[in-house]
Design a protein around this ligand. Structure first.
Ligand code: BG6
Length: 495
């Protein structure tokens, strides 16, 4: 992680939606942690903007207690004292132009000139257009005296049409180079390591194709249910909440070609090519499910058809991946929290050993564990000592926690915030990437709505590994769900 340059003019981080969960849970803990590590430039101001009438001190107190309760971060008194001197609050209505004028005046007084400014949109998505529009009207995005950047939280739109509309609204006011659409999965060390693993080693890339890979599985499993976010979640569902962004981003990292250089545009050009090559998903290749009890959640309609789980098979129509199925699954209220990619290799073409008749060969598997037990596992067959006929699958393992003792993995938001401050957009999604991701997801959502019988909504028990139908779905292809790093053993049946 690079140190922020200290020779810069003052920088303001303006957070819209400053009294919300994200600010307390992620943004302020990340900024505080960067501060304690000396990675923030000295002259930084963090200015919260939201409707509630706090004084600066009340806001600081709100963040302190929120950070402790929601993120479990207990700051060191002296560090917090120093850090909180740079926290400010402006109360205002997102729809009222005079409140933006107040904000502008406050910022001018605080910063002087020149100054850099980062606008962080951490509000509900419906407010994004009005904030962008107001910033544009008041010329708060002009770069005459320092840079202006905007971070836009997910979900970016709710389908392709709304994402295009939002991109249009953004581009009236900002150049694309000023825009940072966040997907926090890209800020996870282990997600970034997929590219280092693939392209900084020579031994994996030659076998990284349809010639050696049987199929790929990507799992993002959560053990929490919808918690207090029912209002949002019942509208979004699993496809918009996680599949369209986190899962498809992981897919691009595992499937993309190596770019010549590691700059934002080269990386994103390659990711876009993957998304463009995804074959339209057949409804028969989807499973959608809802956990039992979901409809009894406060804020959820009692007849809600919103899926909280999905398993989908897709194909990438290019030379590298032709014919290789990618199985993507994600859901809430599952047995455990784990995010993992499993690459399953083809079976050896000929087995010369005299193995028992009922012998079932376990294929080689490479598991890239994004969280929680971050690491990489390679599963292969070995001979059981003393027996000519018996073999066993064993693991070659790498764990961050043992290989990098004493170094805790930084939270994704730390990396991403620092990247925005340093002007590096490699780990942020470009407008075309977002629109392409929606073009993959929209037909599935439309199909589920218009032909529900083609992929009926099924149910699963909270705390299970999802619906039986998801196991049958893979079994139909002669395969099983795998988790090499966490959750449950490779080869074990789900259910
Ligand atoms: C968010 C989704 O983007 O990602 C949440 O809105 C989900 O519903 C979360 O819980 C998962 O992120 P992580 O980092 O906990 O795997």
């Amino acid at each position: 992680m690079e140190r922020a340059d200290t020779n810069h003019p003052p920088t303001s981080v303006v957070i819209f939606g400053a009294s919300g969960d994200l600010t307390k849970r992620k943004l302020v803990p990340a900024l505080y942690s960067l501060h304690t590590k000396g990675r923030l430039q000295e002259k930084i101001n963090i200015v919260g903007f939201s409707r509630r009438p706090f004084s600066h001190d009340e806001f600081r107190q709100l963040l302190l207690s929120g950070m402790q309760e929601l993120a479990g971060v207990i700051p060191v008194e002296e560090d917090w004292k120093q850090f909180s001197q740079n926290l400010w609050y402006v109360s205002g209505d997102l729809n009222d132009v005079s409140d933006y004028e107040n904000l502008r005046t406050f910022l001018h007084q605080l910063e002087g000139e020149p100054s850099n400014r980062l606008y962080y949109l951490a509000t509900a998505p419906l407010h994004f257009p009005v904030i962008i529009d107001q910033l544009g009207r008041l010329e708060m995005t002009r770069e005459d005296n320092g840079w202006r950047r905007v971070v836009i939280e997910k979900p970016f739109g709710s389908d392709m049409v709304s994402a295009i509309e939002l991109n249009k609204a953004v581009h009236i006011v900002f150049d694309e180079r000023q825009v940072y659409r966040i997907d926090h999965y890209l800020g996870k060390e282990t997600a970034q390591n997929i590219l280092y693993f693939r392209f900084l080693n020579t031994i994996f890339e030659p076998i990284w194709s349809r010639n050696f890979i049987d199929h790929v599985q990507i799992t993002v499993a959560e053990n929490v249910d919808v918690e207090h976010r029912a209002g949002y979640y019942d509208q979004a569902g699993v496809m918009r909440d996680v599949f369209q962004n986190h899962l498809l981003q992981l897919l691009t990292l595992v499937a993309m070609e190596p770019p010549a250089t590691f700059d934002a545009d080269s990386v994103r050009n390659e990711k876009v090519k993957v998304l463009r090559a995804v074959r339209p998903i057949s409804l028969g290749d989807t499973v959608r499910a809802q956990y039992e009890g979901y409809c009894q959640t406060e804020g959820v309609s009692s007849r809600s058809q919103t899926p909280t789980y999905t398993a989908i098979k897709l194909f990438i129509d290019n030379w590298r991946w032709q014919g290789v199925p990618f199985y993507l699954r994600t859901g809430k209220a599952l047995a455990t929290k784990t995010s993992e990619l499993v690459i399953e290799f083809k079976a050896p073409p000929h087995v010369m050993f005299e193995l028992p008749d009922d012998y079932v060969l376990t294929p080689n598997q490479l598991s890239l564990c994004i969280q929680p037990d971050e690491g990489i596992h390679l599963r292969f067959e070995t001979k059981v000592p003393g027996s000519p006929q018996e073999t066993r699958s064993v693991d070659m393992e790498f764990h961050y926690r043992s290989s990098f003792k004493g170094e805790s993995l930084p939270d994704a938001y730390q990396r991403l915030l620092l990247d925005v401050l340093n002007g590096d957009a490699s780990l942020f999604t470009r407008s075309d990437e977002i629109e392409l991701a929606w073009s993959i997801v929209d037909p599935v959502l439309e199909g589920w709505a218009s032909s529900p019988q083609a992929s009926p909504l099924v149910s699963y028990l909270p705390g299970s590994w999802g619906p039986l139908e998801a196991d049958q779905f893979l079994a139909g292809d002669g395969r099983t769900w795998r988790l090499g790093c966490g959750g449950h053993e490779a080869g074990e049946q789900d259910g």
